[in-house]
Design a protein around this ligand. Structure first.
Ligand SMILES: *Cc1c(COP(=O)(O)O)cnc(C)c1O
Length: 441
């Protein structure tokens, strides 16, 4: 179909996510994706430096993954997962359990990050009910956290500020401070001590009423790429577990090498009760999610009747093609070449931020593995709605760079296949965009 006809149809019939249709620029019509490059209907190339919403791990169209999907499609496209099982789901569960710390052995599949969190919250509550504990009914989350767009996930992420129109739908969740930090932050120890003291006070008062706590480990993504130290995460998890609270790590974004190690929990040396995975799980090709639980959590659902079972599931739970993609993606991820590439991306990020250290529009520089971020000073206008966001986005788009600032936070999260030359193009484009913005102010 001709590009113009498609664009007219899009404008008439498509409702895009997280978009104000009245003011948004016309979206490029992407025809092809290869590695880091997206090609639009006019033949223009866009460098995908945010891994298409943090999903694409090994570049677009990786033949090892697309081949696995094609082969799986020929033998078994889909099958109900209640009462049936299949090889890709079984093998993927085994591999995920093998990559997680010891007790995290049980994989509950769903199909996106929000449902992975929703499953953890529901299982976290029913766990206590199945144990006959009716006191634990509260949930705890952390300031600036984002966990997805379904009701439970929104409730846990209410402090992110995305969900004001839905306030009446949300259930109350206790929100604890985190200790976001950056390069050269001298107040980090004091912030951490304060946040931990607040957590201690809360757990003293409500620990025995709390069913589960959910936290994004090391990097809070949608909340603005806010990073905290592994020591802080470990201290938080230790306190929660000492209070008997189930700990859910939302690794939907941080999983699969984003922060350096395969999972962020490794950096902190913690063993949570549940881990939520999605985005990178299939290398960013098909929607699959997993909530990995400990044997202890799983076993609380055993019994003679259906009443203690976990009555939750989605039509496309454990889709065979997605699971096959996940296996192929894991092979690529666990290859030493990928780890080396991730270290090279991190080194590039650090070099870039060093070179930009004196730029007046670069503050709070921070890197965690393959994720690089900084804040553009926006005065009172910071946050997701910050006016500098759209201005920067337009600059980046004109440069052929797919970089979507979160308000006044500029970040890169490239696929691991990104080349040094592509990273340099991004670095040069960011510098030009900031210089242009500075001239205007
Ligand atoms: C994106 C994200 C989610 C939600 O995942 P969806 O697949 O968009 O539903 C949940 N948690 C975190 C940390 C995320 O980054």
């Amino acid at each position: 179909m001709a590009a113009d006809d498609l664009k007219t149809l899009d404008a008439r019939h498509v409702w895009h996510p997280f978009t104000q249709a009245q003011t948004a620029p016309e979206p490029p019509l992407v025809r092809e994706g290869r590695g880091t490059v997206l090609v639009d209907s006019e033949g223009r190339e866009h460098l995908d430096l945010i891994s298409s919403w943090w999903t694409t791990l090994h570049g677009h169209g990786h033949p090892a993954i697309t081949g696995a999907i094609a082969r799986q499609a020929e033998t078994l496209d889909h099958v109900i997962f209640a009462g049936f099982t299949h090889e890709p789901a079984v093998r993927l569960a085994g591999r995920l359990a093998g990559l997680m710390p010891g007790p995290l052995n049980r994989v509950f599949y769903s199909d996106n990050g929000s449902t992975a969190v929703e499953v953890a919250l529901k299982a976290g509550l029913q766990y206590w009910r199945n144990h006959g504990d009716t006191a634990r009914g509260r949930f705890l989350a952390f300031d600036g956290g984002y966990h997805g767009d379904t009701v439970g996930a929104m409730s846990a992420g209410a402090a992110s500020g995305f969900f004001d129109p839905f306030a009446e739908m949300l259930f109350p969740v206790d929100v604890m401070p985190v200790a976001p930090t950056w390069q050269g932050d001298e107040a980090v120890a004091a912030k951490e001590a304060e946040a931990l003291a607040a957590l201690d006070r809360h757990l003293d008062a409500h620990g025995r009423e709390t069913a589960a706590a959910v936290i994004e480990p090391l990097v809070q993504g949608a909340g603005g790429m806010r990073m905290h130290r592994p020591e802080f995460l470990r201290a938080v998890v230790e306190r929660l577990q000492a209070a008997g609270v189930l700990v859910v790590l939302d690794e939907v974004m941080t999983g699969f090498g984003r922060t350096g190690p395969v999972f962020a929990l490794e950096a902190a040396g913690v063993v949570p009760d549940m881990v939520c995975l999605s985005k990178g799980l299939t290398g960013g090709t098909l929607p699959v999610a997993a909530t990995v639980a400990t044997d202890a959590v799983h076993d609380a659902f055993l019994g003679e009747g259906i009443d203690t079972a976990f009555l939750h599931g989605h039509s496309f739970t454990a889709g065979p093609m997605g699971c096959a993609a996940g296996l192929a993606s894991l092979d690529l991820l666990l290859d030493e070449a990928c780890a080396e590439r991730r270290r090279a991306i991190e080194a590039f990020h650090r070099g870039f931020l060093d070179a930009m250290a004196d730029h007046p529009l670069v503050t709070r520089p921070r890197v965690q593995g393959t994720i690089m971020a900084f804040d553009v000073p926006a005065g009172g206008d910071a946050g997701y709605g910050a006016g500098v966001g759209p201005a920067l986005k337009a600059h980046f788009r004109a440069e052929g760079l797919v970089i979507r600032p979160l308000g006044n936070v500029v970040y890169l999260m490239p696929p691991y296949s990104v080349t040094d030359a592509e990273l340099q193009r991004a670095a040069d484009g960011i510098r030009r965009a900031l210089d242009a913005l500075q001239q205007k102010t």
